[in-house]
Structures are given as C-alpha cells and as structure tokens.
Design a protein around this ligand. Structure first.
Ligand code: OFO
Length: 170
C-alpha cells in the first residue's frame, strides 16, 4: 500500500474513533438530561462509528500497511438542548462526508483503485447517515421547545434504535 494512502486512511481511522467518542459523549449527556431514547440512539451510533474505525483498521493491516492510533481531543460534554446535540451531529457527519471524499480523492491521485473501491461502502454509508440525521433534526426543529413533542421524539428515537439491525462484526 502506498504510504500516502496509508497515512490518509490512518487519519480517517482517527476521525472515526473521534466520532465514536463524540457520540458517546452526546449519549451520556442525553441520558443525564431526560432523553433516554436519544441516548440509546447515540450509544448505538457510537458503536457504529467504532465499527467504521475497525473496518479501516483491518483493511490497512490486510493490505500490508499498519493501522496507527493517534491522540484524540476531548469531545464536548455539555449541550444546550437536544436540538443543539443533533445540530452538532449533523455538522459532524457533513465534515466526515467531506473527509471521506478527500480520502477517495487521494486514492484516485495515487491510482489505488482497490482502496477507492473499498471506500465506496463509506460513501454510501454517509449518504444514509446524513439523511437519517437530517430527518431527526427536522423533527426536533419542528417541535421547538414543546415538551410533549420532545417526549414523543425521544420515544421515536428509542423505537428506531430497537428496530435497527444489529451492527455487523468486522
Ligand atoms: Fe458517519 O461516520 Fe463513520 O463513516
């Protein structure tokens, strides 16, 4: 594996690991602030990000490179509201999408089409995740500060999480 591709993947491993910690931190805030459904959703999302990280780790190692873990910044632990949480989730997912696109760009520059092909999974995953997060964010924005509406959304997030397919082992 070319070193430029290897280090770009290692950067992405760091981002996915940070995503997992960020969503874990958000889940903790939700759990402590009366949103058990949102907490369940974000705990699961944190696990998903860990799976995204591991998938990259195995890929680099299987292709003759070496996955490297890097230092991570401390994720934000305090949020103003559930709206604030999901606005930040959305913003973060948009950032991840653009980082995956940049990584894909590196594989094209380096003519590493095998890795480019592997990254298609992440490109598709980002489309799905952005769409899910946008739907949740729209609903939260719609209810504003209405407590009954917020309660209902939290229940919906709980049901959504319970119905979600198990996270595949990688
Ligand atoms: Fe949606 O963040 Fe991982 O890839």
């Amino acid at each position: 594996m070319k070193s430029k591709v290897e280090s770009a993947i290692n950067e992405q491993i760091r981002r996915e690991e940070f995503s997992s910690r960020l969503y874990l931190s958000m889940a903790i805030w939700c759990e402590c602030n009366g949103f058990p459904g949102a907490a369940a959703f974000l705990y699961r999302q944190s696990d998903e990000e860990r799976m995204h990280q591991l998938k990259l780790v195995h890929y680099v190692n299987d292709r003759g490179g070496k996955a490297v873990l890097m230092a991570l910044e401390q994720p934000e632990g305090t949020y103003n509201s559930l709206l604030d949480v999901f606005q930040k989730v959305m913003h973060h997912e948009e950032y991840i999408t653009s980082s995956i696109n940049d990584l894909y760009g590196v594989t094209l520059e380096e003519k590493d089409y095998t890795t480019g092909n592997f990254l298609q999974w992440y490109i598709t995953e980002q489309i799905e995740e952005e769409s899910t997060m946008r739907t949740i964010l729209d609903k939260i924005s719609l209810v504003g500060t209405d407590k009954a509406g917020m309660f209902h959304i939290d229940k919906e997030l709980d049901a959504m999480t319970a119905a979600a397919a198990p996270i595949p082992a990688v």
